[in-house]
Design a protein around this ligand. Sequence first.
Ligand code: SAH
Ligand code: SF4
Length: 438
Amino acid sequence: MATALDIAKLDSRTTSPVARDAAGIEKTPDIAKVTPAADARRSLVGLTREELHAALAEIGVPERELRMRVTQLWHWIYLRGIRDFDAMTNVGKALRYRLAESFTLDRPEVVSEQVSRDGTRKWLLRMTSTGPLDKGAEIECVYIPESDRGTLCVSSQVGCTLTCSFCHTGTQRLVRNLTTAEIVAQVMVARDRIGDWPGAMPPDGAREQGLLPTEGERFVSNIVFMGMGEPLYNLDAVTAAIRVMSDNEGLGLSRRRITVSTSGVVPQIERLGAEANAMLAISLHAVRDELRNELVPLNRKYPIAELLEACRNYPRLSNARRITFEYVMLKDVNDSDADAHALVRLLKGIPAKINLIPFNPWPGTRYECSDWERIERFSEIVFRAGYASPVRTPRGRDILAACGQLKSETEKLRARARMMMEAGIGAEGVYALGDSAS
Ligand code: SAH
Ligand code: SF4
């Protein structure tokens, strides 16, 4: 097996190849000379077409050229993945010089990279600081290779304001929304790290060892918003990010391969379908309100009946575009035969897939994963009722990358939040301390 599996080594926060990579844009000497302090320049990576348009206008690109320039930059950034303005061979030298003066093509810093025995990769990313009080929030992003696809699990928020009792992320109280660029940048980093750009090389031996998909041309073919955060609490940024990810002249991911998972923010579900046209996944986890209130406290605001009504009305719902219902298997909590039968009854009439997720434990949790025989029995009842009921194989458990195990090690952020509270400094739109939505 690859030495890459030596997790202890890979977890080092000072992993030098990563640091080099993140900072390692090679610049031609003349551009390097005029480059002001790095922190004065904004990265263009992750911007929408409109944002790119505005950025170019800002540095004086004439109005009549703007469209063409956006198209050119879009191609280089999102189709080719280049990291140096000098590689933009169809952009004149003078403009390349001006671009490098004001902007970068930097990605978020990769603080650590872990590779699981099963090929799952988890990156801890540090976002660029948004102001004096923000030293750069940290989020996690997970890549899951299978033979016929590569799924990237992206985060939509730093932490999560909701407090689902079985979820590790929910215990991280310090929260802010990610920007569109920060969401898109996760795809960029993943493609950088696994060599998924035209002409790039995958990590040594990764394909041969089954650590990357063996079929298809793309290593990142699917996106799931199942990392940290509740995507429907950041829907504008998520929708814009999906627009960038699915743009055919750039990243080109099919919207049918982009799934947004929600714990049930009912008023936003319709908008997700209408505006983002993404696939929907619902974190159901219980068939009775009493239990769901406990597992997913948001249920007190939007109970099961309302949630399922929103699902029935999901735009373009059909047998070809089913809703995925996620159901985490918690021993002696929600895993009885009666629960399985009730689940089937509840979903009657909704084109649905049911995804059973073995509970992934994390330090300090009070839950246990159901026994394997129980999960199989539950799955069988659901299957007999006519639903596909795949049990999601836990991936990357050895590196705490599996569902619900994500939680960035942001002790520094917490300390700062405490300090800010004690000093009576408001969150200033950068960090809001989480409230449970119950
Ligand atoms: N906030 C969104 C998306 C992120 S969570 C949501 O809740 O849907 C992604 C999935 O992982 C959800 O279905 C969530 O319920 C599930 N999950 C959370 N903690 C888990 C755990 N410890 N084990 C297994 N699945 C978990
Ligand atoms: Fe937030 Fe989803 Fe975790 Fe609930 S399961 S706390 S909504 S990330």
